[in-house]
Design a protein around this ligand. Sequence first.
Ligand code: S3P
Length: 166
Amino acid sequence: MTTPVVVLVGPPGSGKSTVGRALAERLGVGFRDTDADIEEGAGKPIPEIFIDEGEPHFRALEVAAVRAAAETHGGVLALGGGAVLAEATRALLRDLPVVFLEVPLADAVKRVGLDAPRPLLAVNPRARWRELMEARRPLYLEVATAVVDTAGHTPEQVADAVLEAL
Ligand code: S3P
């Protein structure tokens, strides 16, 4: 079994994918993103999975994607913002180096909306983001072996901080 050198968790807009790619390059390892794995497996984008099959189905696909990646991927792994909601996923992360990328709403909002659409933030994105963060923060902290504050930092600076934290 090969396990990730680091798993990145955090809310939408915390820069998991951008920082993850920068980190993978520095470390000379591969980068994997469970959102991309789910889309590839389902053959459609995440918003369509939410519309066609619903969120519970998406969450089940997400647990399976995290398990597959956590057991086989030896590089940097980024998880979707809601992956920590599943107890099964939190259990899978228990013995892995997991970094929680903290981000204030203002920074997250600058990034969210520029990327792929997020079904859970489609309406009232600021208020929804705050609600999601409030509910999930304890779960990010539960799985994290380190917390890195991304506020006002470039992805390269955050990658440096993650490397220091490992
Ligand atoms: C979600 C976040 C998204 C994606 C899906 C659900 C969430 O990933 O997994 O839209 O529940 O917060 P990002 O955190 O990469 O945006």
